[in-house]
Structures are given as C-alpha cells and as structure tokens.
Design a protein. Structure first.
Ligand SMILES: Cc1cc2nc3c(=O)[nH]c(=O)nc-3n(C[C@H](O)[C@H](O)[C@H](O)COP(=O)(O)O)c2cc1C
Length: 183
C-alpha cells in the first residue's frame, strides 16, 4: 500500500486520463447526466488500468541463425546493442538465447511495436525460418529488461527436457519463460 498522498496523486492522474478520453471539456461533459459522470470518474481509472494491461502481448519466436550470428561475441554484442536501444525506445522487454545455430527470442510490448519489430526481424538476413511459437495478450510482463541474454541456454533446455532448440514447441517456450521469470 502506497503513501496516501501518493495514492491520491495517482488517482487524480488516472481520473484526468479518463476524462481526457471520455469528454475533454466541461461543456462536452455538460450533456452527460451527473450520475453517469460520477460513475465515469469512479471506474475510469480502473478501466484504464485494465485496458493498459490487455494492450500488452508476448510473442516468442524460434529461428535458425545464419553464419556466426549468436556465436561470435561481436555478433551478439551487435544484436544486444541495437536491441537495447530500440526496445527501450519502444517499451519492449525481451530475452534471447542462442544455441547450436538456433535462437529463441521472447518479446513483450504493445501490438504495433511488436509487429514493427517482427517485420524487421523477418527482413534480417542473420535469421531464417522464423517460427512464431507464442503470440498472446498478457496481464503482466515476465521480462524486466529491454534485452536480456540467457547465459545458460543448455541448462534451460535441460530444465524443460528439451535436447535441441530445433525441436522447441510453444509449451517448451512458455515453460522456459516461467523458469526465467521465477529465477
Ligand atoms: C537474434 C536477433 C534478435 C534481435 N532482436 C531485436 C530486438 O529485440 N529489437 C530490435 O530492435 N532489433 C532486434 N534485432 C535486430 C533487427 O533484426 C534489426 O536489425 C534492427 O531492429 C534494425 O534496427 P535499426 O533500424 O535501428 O537499425 C535482432 C536481430 C537478431 C539477429
């Protein structure tokens, strides 16, 4: 539970956002019955909280990596550098693992930002045969960073009883995310 003054500020912010979208000016509100505006003021912030949550999606892709992608330190550093910058800008959180010529990449964010990123990934020559394993709305994020590199891919695979990333299914991918979240 936050400090009462802080909570009051948050409520005012939520209320303002709500009013901005429902009815921008006092004159726009004037034709709405008072019991309705009172209701709007009360549930608006809650609606917005829910709406923000349902706007988040998790997408998990598996792909083959080309050449030294995901193997050499330089290639990994390049991917992490660009991803960190872009994902921070787009409010995307993610985690990636590389193993034996494959990568598994989990992404969370708003639909439009994820779709834009998926398009860039599909045009990236360092990847081929991209498979979307999971694409679903989420209540909350499991990844906390713009781009996290899994430092023990073999251990992760063993934990979900998977021998080879080429065989990864949606189930394995979800399980890996759960383990990563719990870690
Ligand atoms: C395995 C892999 C993962 C990547 N992940 C991301 C990512 O999470 N975010 C991102 O912006 N670019 C990512 N990229 C790079 C994109 O494919 C693309 O090159 C980049 O987004 C272009 O950004 P720019 O237009 O700012 O140069 C990834 C590339 C590879 C090979």
């Amino acid at each position: 539970m936050g400090h009462p003054a802080q909570m009051a500020t948050e409520m005012r912010r939520g209320k303002r956002r709500c009013l901005e979208s429902f009815a921008k000016t006092a004159s726009e509100r004037s034709h709405i019955p008072t019991h309705v505006t009172r209701y709007m003021d009360k549930v608006g912030p809650l609606l917005f909280e829910n709406r923000d949550k349902t706007l988040l999606y998790r997408v998990i892709i598996a792909a083959e990596t080309v050449g030294s992608t995901g193997v050499s330190t330089l290639s990994i550093a390049q991917i992490l550098g660009v991803s960190e910058r872009n994902n921070r800008r787009d409010d995307i959180t993610s985690a990636v693992m590389f193993l034996d010529g494959w990568c598994l990449h989990g992404l969370e964010g708003r639909r439009a930002d994820l779709d834009r990123l998926l398009r860039r990934l599909s045009e990236d020559r360092r990847l081929r045969n991209i498979r979307v394993l999971v694409d679903k709305p989420i209540d909350q994020r499991s990844f906390s960073e713009p781009m996290l590199l899994c430092d023990d891919p073999r251990g992760m695979l063993a934990a979900v009883h998977l021998a080879d990333l080429a065989e990864v299914t949606a189930n394995h991918a979800e399980r890996i995310v759960e383990l990563k979240y719990a870690a």
